[in-house]
Design a protein around this ligand. Structure first.
Ligand code: ATP
Ligand code: MG
Length: 292
């Protein structure tokens, strides 16, 4: 049975979409069946995978409003094993439309339920708010991944997010867990980055993933070409770090006894680790310096 995970932080521009797209792509490359649901009216996950939101006639809006079933609207992407439920302009007014709907917090959960059997993981990319769309995502999910940017105000507003998660857990979704915290856009040349990492680890402890994503020009360029980093620059430092994060994610889920990957061979993860080591010794390390 697939596990549904939501990428959430009401703060804007912290790396939710970049992390959702690139973790999805690397897990799919390792052979896992992944569905990425773009629940953000900005549709960055949709355009980041090369699909123009203006051309989308059936997507997350139709799913939430019960107009179309999830099995009919997922579309293939440029990465094998990675399917997408795209966002579109229609999603823009959904927060308001949902207010009138009965059982409004459970719409996405109900819509995604039949799909859990088809995928190993369903990832949902949230908008930067704690409104009804995000609430729907949290109710549908088993766990939350919190991307945090390594900057001064990284922890600002986090208590609100943590409170929302525990409120949802108490009242709407008792099974909701915190999967982990991903630190993004780290600049290891600055003291600020190490201070933020220390502070976040004090707050979240072992929930923080060891793989920290550096600030990388290639990562910021890739969405402009409608490609995940795996396609845009497979051996850039950002790609290698997202690959390591995907490997770490698999290991954590294996330890937790997640059925989806219980029998998943370690070989793909090992191959990734080896490749990363080779690349680091053969020149990628220098690229860290130039943030590529
Ligand atoms: P929003 O809240 O608007 O949905 P978000 O949290 O999804 O934003 P992203 O869209 O993933 O954040 O990232 C914000 C911007 O930072 C984007 O332009 C993205 O390309 C860029 N970015 C993300 N991660 C990195 C990185 N590691 N290095 C450099 N740029 C990055
Ligand atoms: Mg986003």
């Amino acid at each position: 049975m697939g596990k549904i995970i939501v990428f959430c932080n009401q703060k804007g521009g912290v790396g939710k979409t970049t992390t959702a797209i690139n973790m999805s792509a690397f897990l799919a490359e390792k052979g896992l069946k992944i569905l990425l649901v773009d629940a953000d009216p900005q549709a960055n996950a949709t355009s980041g995978l090369g699909i123009d939101k203006k051309t989308v006639t059936r997507g997350t809006y139709e799913l939430l409003m019960g107009i179309a079933g999830a099995e009919n609207i997922a579309i293939p992407t440029c990465v094998e094993n990675l399917m997408l439920i795209p966002s579109s302009v229609a999603l823009t007014g959904t927060e308001i439309e949902l207010v009138e709907v009965e059982n409004r917090e459970f719409k996405l959960k109900k819509a995604l339920e039949p799909l859990k059997i088809r995928y190993d993981f369903v990832f949902i990319d949230c908008p930067p708010s704690l409104g009804l769309i995000t609430l729907n995502c949290m109710v549908a999910a088993q766990s939350v991944i919190i991307p945090l940017q390594c900057e001064y105000y990284a922890l600002e507003g986090l208590s609100q997010l943590v409170d929302t998660i525990s409120l949802v857990k108490k009242s709407l979704n008792p099974n909701l867990q915190t999967e982990g915290v991903v630190l993004t856009m780290a600049d290891f040349r600055t003291r600020l980055t190490s201070e933020v990492i220390k502070e976040v680890k004090t707050f979240f402890g072992s929930k923080v993933f060891d793989s920290i994503i550096p600030r990388s020009v290639r990562l910021s360029e890739a969405p402009g070409f409608g490609q995940p980093i795996i396609k845009y620059d497979r051996f850039s430092i950002g790609a290698l770090k997202y690959e390591a994060l995907a490997g770490e994610f698999i290991e954590r889920n294996r330890e937790d006894g997640n059925g989806a990957i219980a029998g998943f061979q370690n070989s793909a993860v090992e191959a990734g680790k080896q490749r990363q080591q080779q690349d680091l010794s053969s020149g990628a390390a220098q690229r860290i310096e130039s943030n590529q």
